[in-house]
Design a protein around this ligand. Sequence first.
Ligand SMILES: CC(C)(COP(=O)(O)OP(=O)(O)OC[C@H]1O[C@@H](n2cnc3c(N)ncnc32)[C@H](O)[C@@H]1OP(=O)(O)O)[C@@H](O)C(=O)NCCC(=O)NCCS
Length: 144
Amino acid sequence: MNQVSIRDAEERDAPAIAALCGQLGYPTPTESVVPRIDRLREYAQARVIVAVVEGSPVGLATIHLRHMINHEAPIGQLTLLVVDERVRGQGVGRVLVAESEAWARARGCKRFVVTTALRRTEAHAFYEKLGFTHTGRRYGKDFS
Ligand SMILES: CC(C)(COP(=O)(O)OP(=O)(O)OC[C@H]1O[C@@H](n2cnc3c(N)ncnc32)[C@H](O)[C@@H]1OP(=O)(O)O)[C@@H](O)C(=O)NCCC(=O)NCCS
């Protein structure tokens, strides 16, 4: 694997980001991505980053800060992570998580969390490898 660099997502990344969202199971039209990047960019409590190899985005992560009433420090949350299936297992996910943690830490977070679907068993192994422990369950409801 050639060198991996991390930068904030830009509008020119929209086609790659749409493809990565598709690989994660969320079919996403490219034209929807630009306004979403813009919306997140305006929101100081979130960040969208891409991992770039040889000029092409091969991984994507979003991170959010959650300010809480029961904790002084905000909690950092990895809210999306996907690596291009052609380059998985080569360290890209690790670099994206390290950058996400560093961003949260620099904003005062004392805790960093991720929620992941029960079916994503490979992701569970990945997070445990990176030092996360399984501490809870997520419940969800789709509004009709
Ligand atoms: C999960 C995912 C982001 C990991 O990214 P990646 O670039 O493939 O992972 P890395 O190569 O950085 O792996 C980091 C470490 O985790 C381990 N790891 C990665 N995938 C693993 C797996 N399926 N099982 C066990 N360990 C795994 C690696 O062996 C590596 O450890 P090492 O450095 O000691 O060898 C990627 O596989 C992916 O996009 N999966 C599909 C989408 C997904 O599930 N996203 C998470 C949603 S919450």
